[in-house]
Ligand binder design. Structure first.
Ligand SMILES: Cc1cc2nc3c(=O)[nH]c(=O)nc-3n(C[C@H](O)[C@H](O)[C@H](O)COP(=O)(O)OP(=O)(O)OC[C@H]3O[C@@H](n4cnc5c(N)ncnc54)[C@H](O)[C@@H]3O)c2cc1C
Length: 339
């Protein structure tokens, strides 16, 4: 499919991807593997500007059903099948616990989600020995997984470059000038010129390091006001998150949010009280008014956006659709093009 025509800016490609975030890189790799020639362009100097850099990396289609539509859950389940071919993902499931004084929270969460099994105190300790004697019951979601977002962005970039895909950061060009058959606009909140209804939903997080706690999977602590999740990374590092604030003001973390995150982490395991704080950070999740993802066509451009709080979860399934639409020159399906 690759054209041989060249231009001053860049050789003509089948697919030019705007945005080297989660969605852009996964789309580029999916397209390359489908045999397309691809190039990626990002206006930022590196990955640190995107929402993905500050994210948790949970791949949790079942738990997300608590706050998501059935179509998001279905896309997430499809992505779970696609991720292992794209990057290193840990498929150890998710453990959900609640404060011992609030067993009703677990019952409610079990009602609104699927594909879980109840865990008594012994099963909780069996899954995560750090919780021995701490929780009388929990819910285990065996089909879920997680990844390290920063390591994964770096690995995706390396894979693309190994596959001969040029990825340009600090790009200052104009999309209209890109010599490509199809443009994929995966700019997240940077695409508000094309999708003015996009909004940012702020998420505040922290990275801590503890040598006293070991977890093998994401753990969610239910709470009516301050739910928390903890995602393990290498070298004793844990991502703890995340607030959901209707705000377009990213980057800064409020004292209140920082206090809540740390207090809840301490409630999950007292040893987190001795952990080192490595980083506080905040990101803006790109969201449409109904919090559903969209794929929309604008001439030769396919805009894919609104990944909200599920960017890692949804990217492979959305990329699969985007690439199929680009190859067959069809219209995006109504399910993804709504809102
Ligand atoms: C605190 C927090 C925790 C999260 N946890 C999870 C989680 O556990 N699991 C999960 O699935 N999701 C999670 N998310 C959501 C996920 O991070 C987002 O849905 C995802 O990053 C959106 O991907 P994106 O590629 O559309 O946008 P982004 O990741 O924001 O990437 C957009 C890219 O486009 C580039 N760009 C912008 N403007 C231009 C331009 N004009 N030209 C070229 N490039 C441009 C940017 O520099 C950036 O690299 C979390 C988000 C936050 C904030």
């Amino acid at each position: 499919m690759a054209s041989t025509r060249t231009s001053f800016v860049h050789p003509t490609v089948d697919l030019a991807v705007l945005g080297a975030g989660v969605m852009g890189l996964v789309t580029a790799l999916t397209a390359r593997r489908a045999g397309l020639s691809v190039a990626v362009f990002d206006r930022a100097a590196d990955f640190t500007a995107g929402a993905g850099w500050r994210s948790g990396g949970m791949l949790a289609p079942e738990c997300e059903a608590e706050v998501s539509s059935p179509s998001v859950v279905a896309l997430g389940r499809r992505s779970m099948a696609l991720w292992p071919a794209l990057a290193d993902v840990a498929l150890n499931g998710t453990l959900v616990v609640a404060p011992p004084r609030d067993p009703a929270a677990l019952a409610r969460f079990a009602r609104v989600t699927a594909s879980h099994r109840a865990a008594d105190a012994a099963a909780v300790a069996d899954l995560e020995s750090a919780f021995e004697g701490r929780f009388r019951q929990g819910l285990f979601y065996p089909t879920e997984g997680h990844l390290d977002p920063r390591a994964t962005l770096t690995a995706l970039l390396a894979r693309l470059r190994d596959d001969g895909v040029p990825v340009t950061f600090a790009w200052t060009g104009t999309p209209e000038d890109l010599p490509a058959a199809t443009l994929v606009d995966a700019r997240g909140l940077g695409a508000r010129d094309r999708l003015p209804m996009l909004r940012g939903v702020k998420g505040e997080m922290a990275l801590i390091r503890s040598r006293d706690v070991t977890l093998t999977r994401p753990v969610r602590l239910l709470h009516h006001r301050h739910p928390l999740y903890v995602v393990p990374r290498a070298d004793g590092v844990f991502m703890i998150g995340a607030t959901t604030v209707e705000s377009d003001d990213g980057d800064t973390v409020s004292v209140r949010s920082a206090g809540e995150l740390l207090t809840q982490a301490y409630a999950l395991h007292p040893a987190f009280g001795e952990a080192d704080i490595l980083e506080f950070n905040a990101g803006l999740r790109p969201a449409m008014p109904d919090n559903e993802p969209v794929i929309r066509r604008f001439g030769r451009t396919l805009a894919v956006n609104g990944l909200y709080r599920h960017g890692w979860l949804l990217a492979p399934a959305l990329a699969e659709t985007v690439v199929a639409v680009a190859i067959h020159d069809t219209e995006p399906e109504a399910a993804c093009a709504s809102s």
